[in-house]
Write a protein that binds this ligand. Structure first.
Ligand SMILES: O=C(O)CCC(=O)C(=O)O
Length: 290
């Protein structure tokens, strides 16, 4: 093993023990202070419901929400998804070993304008409370995952192995369920709340899907794992840096779709239309893997 790789592993282990997550120390340093400062002098005032959910997202690392979308909106999103996801000219397969186990739509907001409405007032209010009104959308993604045969499950294909993302801890993702009938036994996205993640990180979690001792025993413990089995049209704010998470594996012959918005702090007050200046997503592109 090279020196650089050893240093990287030592830094990660240090972060696990100290911070209780898998992020680099430099990602943590300063980010919490930045959030605290922004929240203490908010540029946009959030409503009470937004404040409650943002506080939950801060404490537990996640908050499930029913944004109360207008009738027909999720059906419109799903119609676009169904039309796009089978079209190789507007999608890209990005699986780790079996490419088409996960397929992303290129430029989802441009191709499925109904996605814009998913950022409705209750969702914006949570973000305003969480970031003190100073945030921007980093990217929007729409994808589907498929079945992984048993012998392949210990390998990385999509987010099928337990992991923490290595984004700055101020990054927050909003997942919108677009498939119906998602189950805990099947393809549901699932996570460990922050307190459980911390315990796992400090009791034997060693990296993507890899754990020993108590962490190994508790990674899939149904008493600790929170499956996102909410019906289509509901959402979950998740800090995927602070919460261990993974995708469930859909039963053979089925797939599971998802829409995800990723938010980061921004120095100025957030835009009236947060998707007005959405940059290109460089990581959803041919030749890339998730
Ligand atoms: O549910 C999924 O498809 C996995 C998502 C994931 O791991 C992530 O967004 O970091």
């Amino acid at each position: 093993m090279r020196i650089g790789e050893l240093r990287r592993l030592a830094a990660l282990e240090g972060a696990r023990l100290y911070w209780g997550n898998d992020a680099w120390t430099e990602n943590n340093r300063g980010q919490r202070r930045l959030l605290m400062k922004s929240r203490s002098e908010p540029a946009v005032l959030a409503d009470t419901a937004g404040g409650v959910l943002a506080a939950r997202a801060e404490r537990e690392g996640y908050a499930v929400v029913d944004p109360g979308y207008r009738a027909g909106l999720i059906e419109e999103v799903r119609e676009s998804y169904d039309a796009l996801i089978g079209d190789p000219t507007v999608t890209v397969d990005m699986g780790g070993r079996i490419k088409d186990t996960v397929r992303y739509v290129l430029d989802p907001v441009g191709r499925a304008p109904a996605l814009r409405e998913l950022l409705n007032a209750p969702v914006l209010s949570v973000l305003d409370a969480y970031y003190g009104g100073r945030w921007r959308v980093q990217h929007v993604r729409m994808w589907r995952i498929g079945h992984i045969p048993e012998p392949e499950r210990r390998f990385h294909h999509y987010g099928n192995l337990w992991h923490c993302d290595q984004h700055p801890i101020s990054t927050l993702k909003f997942f919108v369920q677009i498939s119906d009938g998602v189950t805990a036994e099947g393809g549901a996205f699932r996570l460990h709340p922050v307190p459980s993640t911390r315990r796992l990180m400090r009791s034997g979690f060693l990296g993507q899907g890899w754990a020993k001792g108590p962490a190994r025993r508790h990674l899939d413990d149904p008493g600790r794992v929170v499956p996102f089995t909410a019906p289509a049209g509901q959402g979950a704010f998740v800090n995927t840096t602070r919460c261990l998470h993974r995708a469930g594996i859909p039963p053979e012959g089925t797939t599971r779709g998802m829409v995800q918005f990723t938010f980061v702090p921004s120095p100025g007050v957030r835009c009236e239309d947060p998707l007005a200046e959405l940059p290109l997503d460089p990581n959803v592109a041919p030749g890339r893997t998730v």
